[in-house]
Design a protein around this ligand. Sequence first.
Ligand code: GDP
Length: 700
Amino acid sequence: MADYPINKIRNFGVIAHIDAGKTTTSERILFYTGISHKIGEVHEGDTIMDWMEQERERGITITAAATTAYWSPTDAKDKEAEKVKLNIIDTPGHIDFTIEVKRSLRVLDGAVVVFDGVAGVEPQSETNWRYADDYKVPRICFINKLDRLGASFDRSFKSILERLSPNGLKLQIPDGHEDQFKGVVDLLTMEYVTSEGQKGEKVIKGPIPEHLKAEAERERANTVEKIVEHDDQAMADYLEGKEISVDRLRQILRKAVIENKIFPVFCGSALKNKGVQLILDAVAYYLPSPLDIPPAVGVDSKGQSVEAKPDDNFYFSALAFKTATDPFVGSLTFFRVYSGKLSSGSYVLNTRSGQQERISRIVRLHANQREEIKEIYAGNIAATVGLKDTKTGDTLCDPEHPIILEGIDIPEPVISLRIEPKTKADQEKMSLSLRKLSDEDPTFRIKTDEETAETIISGMGELHLEIIVDRLKREFGVGVNVGRPQVAYKETITGTAEAEGKYIRQSGGRGQYGHVWLRIEPKERGSGFEFVNAIRGGSIPEEFINPTEKGVREAMDKGVLAGFPLVDIKVTLYDGSYHEVDSSEIAFKIAGAIALQEVSKRAKLVLLEPIMKLEVITPDRFMGETTGDLASRRGQIENMSERGQLNLKVISAKVPLSEMFGYATTLRSLTEGRGTFTMEFSRYEIVPQNIAGQIMEGKK
Ligand code: GDP
């Protein structure tokens, strides 16, 4: 028997733009759920979720760990019966860690999206929101920081409607703003809610103060109307003038939220301990249990699509969504069970590696302790210790019933740098540690430069690699020197061509004979590589086709124009010849590589560079300098807008990554420290001719 009914499980994450207050909100959640007994402030650097040292120093959260807690809604008539189990998936705030956000969205069933009540929707809130749209994750919104100077609930709410979804719906209104922010009105129960106690742990509910009554009535009418729209009977009752009970409104709203039709909006101040308990209530009331969402799908050993039913009696299947190295227990693999159950001591099959692994221990992580459990059931999240070869995105399942669950899309890295050990002793440690780090983080890659034998690491941004290097030193004690960050350029073609490749050696010993004709055509940006075998009539025997493709792929990796990988091409093998005795796999592999080089050179090769989507926020008076600087960086300004009444301008632009190194420092000096920016990868574009020349000469 499961230890907790599955319909009372809430797997959710808190997602936000950096600095919106995700960490503070999560801390309060842990505190109020009674697990954490001390409120840690971010600026003191002792928060509980941020358990890695450099996260603490930087004040940002990198790893997505899962934490378990329990909550009974503040309104619960029967505290025990209405208690829910919360599995809180921690998500990172910085855009360089987008993969972590995506990865956590894959395993959570709902999300709390935190906004800064001054800034409203920020670029990254938008990015994360779109990812959540992709995965159809039900969301509730929390407009935080209403106590801050310049905060506005209405303006932030409007930015949600305008920039994220017209289906945002107010469930609360605030009483006051800035230092006058005192509490909120719950528009369903029409109660005035504040909190007391040193840490706001005591929720006080009472009648709505006179000055808010008219506004609350008006807003409630609107909110109730928008809710009953989703239920014909309730709508009819409402139109007849009947009162719809709060319980019924909650039921209808729950369904609409789960179907992504309404995004309820709440408000408060996590720092001032206001509003967070009502967010927990909302998680219990409106976010789905694993039963409320469509079951995960996967592919079985016969290639058939199958559902992983969220049922304890079904075959076991789980997705490993995070691996981490813990200083005390070693490697930890976080996984979500989609179907069936798992007991410690049993074996699971990893369908990627084809290996069985023994699950020696299952641990559930609470904010400040680990709890060892014997069994884990469908819909739950936990970690296991000491798996040897399990990576992020792997499926673990019943060895008798193999299944591969839908994995996680992993973006390509856009930046790389050379890294070398400080001493000989660091050499081996460095490669081991790098391997460990790349097992944890699929957007972090390691490569050896064949010519110089140097190690090159690549990732999603400057900060991403900085953190990796920092972890190498701190966690693994490896001394390293690093080079300048380099942009991950690529090559592609813009024309179509045909060419042959021959590898024929017939003097002395055993001969070699490989001969192929290739056609090359450009493909859409980001669509990757396609190899077509159009050999008819056996001009090349079947067994030499794969080796040819392999040769083509290897040559693509090495690049033709300037040593960057060749991408987005279609290569058709349409003719060639072979020799009864001399032909071999290796000869065709070499011929394939030669032909690829030849044919690419004839098809108008160009360089591609990563273009970033940039959003800069700066006070009005620095606009001129800021846009002028962007223009000198080949930036294209796409939009400029006002941010509230704060005399702030928001500049959206597209800028090549190669022009953006050290931008933080420049922006600071241009704007007397007031400007801020966020940047994320947008797409690859062709490098202008004059710049391509500089890149090829190694000047960029
Ligand atoms: P995260 O980057 O989203 O995790 O944000 P943090 O929780 O680390 O908060 C960023 C900063 O905003 C910290 O200095 C917090 O103390 C502060 N902060 C968080 N919540 C509030 C709030 O409700 N009001 C105010 N005034 N500051 C807050």
